[in-house]
Design a protein around this ligand. Structure first.
Ligand SMILES: C[S@@+](CC[C@H](N)C(=O)[O-])C[C@H]1O[C@@H](n2cnc3c(N)ncnc32)[C@H](O)[C@@H]1O
Length: 246
């Protein structure tokens, strides 16, 4: 059983993520749809999205004709997801424990696998995805890899008209650990700002390690530096994994 922070993406951060960080799924969408096409995933097939967040990618898939199911551990994200993607099915829980429905494709965008914070839980999820995928199905996800050198610390912030979000990011490459100390301020109806804090602990693994786990399970694996023209940072990769035709 993985220890999950019950405050992961609470109401305020869920709102902020959906409002201010949608560039990631939006940047990835066209390339993934093109890869689905190349792999013969047709637009009536079922796609499951792990760590679906606020459901915007699910809604895009629904508009393309796919049947969709989103899995997320955050009740606040699922609540927003149901509004954004009303035709999609949703399951609330950790994707290494929830039974993944049988499908032709699984996606996981924005590093959700790193959030499992455990190598065994990531491998368990990969095995569950392999079992859920129909023959010839694909698993497409992005992950973060360890930083080089000693402890690295950086700050990141983003703001909108009604919120401010600051993250202090600490990366300890020896422990393969990335920790985000997140502080949010959200403007309420009375004009006052509410302050919330979350700590996100992510386990990071090398590209080679992850590829080996996937190949040992039976996937055919390709990696990329981004989704088509939407390129990721130097310590991130996209994995395109195929379950061989039986
Ligand atoms: C960075 S957000 C990405 C959301 C969305 N995929 C996107 O690209 O906008 C990571 C998401 O993964 C979810 N998540 C993290 N760990 C999870 C777990 N063990 N099971 C299910 N969802 C998880 C979080 O609640 C959050 O919605």
């Amino acid at each position: 059983m993985v220890e999950l922070d019950s405050t992961l993406y609470g109401i305020d951060l869920a709102h902020i993520h959906v409002d201010g960080y949608g560039f990631h799924w939006a940047g990835a969408a066209d390339a993934i749809l093109k890869w689905f096409d190349e792999f013969g995933i047709s637009s009536s097939d079922k796609v499951v999205d792990l760590g679906c967040g606020g459901g915007q990618w699910l809604e895009r898939l629904t508009q393309e004709g796919y049947e969709t199911c989103g899995i997320d551990v955050s009740e606040a994200m699922i609540h927003i997801g149901k509004q954004n993607a009303p035709k999609s099915q949703f399951l609330c829980g950790s994707f290494d424990e929830v039974k993944i429905p049988s499908c032709r494709a699984v996606t996981s965008l924005g590093e959700p696998l790193n959030y499992l914070n455990s190598g065994p839980a990531i491998r368990r999820t990969m095995r569950n995805v392999f079992s859920a995928l129909q023959s010839g199905g694909v698993f497409i996800f992005d992950v973060r890899h360890p930083a080089k050198g000693p402890l690295a610390v950086r700050n990141h912030h983003q703001m909108s008209e009604d919120w401010f979000c600051h993250a202090r990011v600490e990366e300890d490459h020896r422990k393969k650990q990335l920790t985000r100390f997140i502080t949010t301020f959200l403007c309420l109806e009375n004009g006052k700002y509410r302050r919330e804090e979350e700590v996100h602990r992510l386990k990071v693994f090398s590209r080679a390690e992850i590829a080996e786990w996937l190949r040992n399970i039976g996937f055919r694996v390709r990696t990329k530096r981004g989704y088509g023209i939407y390129q990721l940072g130097p310590r991130q990769s996209v994995f395109i994994c195929r379950k061989p035709e039986s």
